[in-house]
Design a protein around this ligand. Sequence first.
Ligand code: 3NM
Ligand code: MG
Length: 516
Amino acid sequence: MAPSNVDYSLYLVTDSTPAVLGHRDLAEVVEAALRGGVTICQYRDKTSDTAALVSTARKLHAITREHNVPLLINDRVDVALAVGCEGVHIGQDDLDLQTARKLLGNDAIIGVTVSTVTEALKACRQGADYLGIGTMFATPTKTNTKDIIGTTGTQEILRAISDEGSNVRTVTIGGINTTNVQRVLYQSSCPTKQLDGVAVVSAIIAAKDPKSTAEEILSLVKSPPPFAAASLANSRKKQDASSLISQIPGVIRAVGEKNPLSHNMTNLVVQNFAANVALAVGGSPIMANYGQEAKDLSKLGGSLVINMGTVTPEGLQNYSLSLRAYNLKGGPVVLDPVGAGATAVRRSAIKTLMVEGYFDVIKGNEGEIKTVLGSTVQQRGVDSGASTLSDVEKAALVCELATRERNVVLMTGTTDFVSDGQRTFAVSNGHEMLGRVTGTGCVLGTIISLMLAVSRDDKLLATIAGLLHFEIAAEIAAGRDDVRGPGTFVPALIDELYNIQAATRAGELSWLERAR
Ligand code: 3NM
Ligand code: MG
């Protein structure tokens, strides 16, 4: 088999330890996995002596050949030569690639483990056929990994390989299973290079039914995640502001007509306010902080808001449960990383959440968005702190995060910046009164979640629709004669949110002329 034709979609890496294999027969498990559709296999055994390695490898090779699937040996070029199998996989501390190539020849498949751009480029230049990029997620299967690089680090490596013009093939490894495989493939890829597949150890080897698990993972590899299915078609749309604005009334009307569910896991301060705002704009709120409920709620066609304004350890676990449930169903999820840069606990909570799942929209102030991007800013409480950025830099920041996460990012401020990585807009609506009462940023997250529920195929449009509905309502409310300060502003804001919804449904769109 010529190395260039290899199908890397589902790469099974074996493990013979009792913790993973249990007391089953490795050859039987591999055979079952091959029947389930594994496309390439690596025999990885760190403990057996050479004679046992060769004997097991021969057995496995007989099976993989029947399925027309290449067999590679981890680390041991001598074993690969003895068995005559298709190649080897080498780590950074194993025999070097050039020597392995010399020993095995040009027809052999040689893969290399990489976790940095430098390692990746070196392996490409030395003629690796594929790269095993990792570690994606911390995994008990291999605890001595150098780096947990996640989708962010993987995407950086793919971009560097692509810039280099290399056509090396790539798989990700580390903690891949049925619940995360689609998101990992989606969020790791950059416009010019995608992963060719996933390498899996325990999810298949330790599975009760390796065949059906392999089938399931393979079919997941071959289809986009539920939350991306619609927006993929839309992602190449280039739109100007006016055509985007012309679509906003349709979104607001749809919220009023469909009354979508907004499942809020929000902070103690804003529960009541957020529920009233959801009702005012035509939505159906449920404030449910118990993660076990998400499985049922995620089936109702609505969306989820995770607002970590009063995060607790138990709360964090509940967020993760809900996030996974909605990701599985494709229900939109809004993240409001309230005060993300205020404390070490929150910085760590945000990291955990970003690893646990996919957020369709991330909404925050400058300090929060910078924290999500990974810089260490010290926020004073939940306030953003003084900005050091120009408008151009702010626009670049939201575009960078949206590109990295393949979602929509909204950074609120006097001017708001919103981007889906391809389209970036600035919005200058709003009123300083919004800063004088608590929870206004939080309820914006709830409004956006409702817009997303009815506009899944264009998340940027949904976000801007929610933002303008909210900020223009605030302007109108603040200008009312009966509003004399923050106390009277809040009920007026709820009224004007309601009025905009009603006016839009009646075809009265003059409010939207305020958009800027
Ligand atoms: N190599 P599981 S992680 C063999 O990061 C291996 O290079 C890794 O096992 C790397 O699929 C890993 O059970 C183990 O998480 C992956
Ligand atoms: Mg190794």
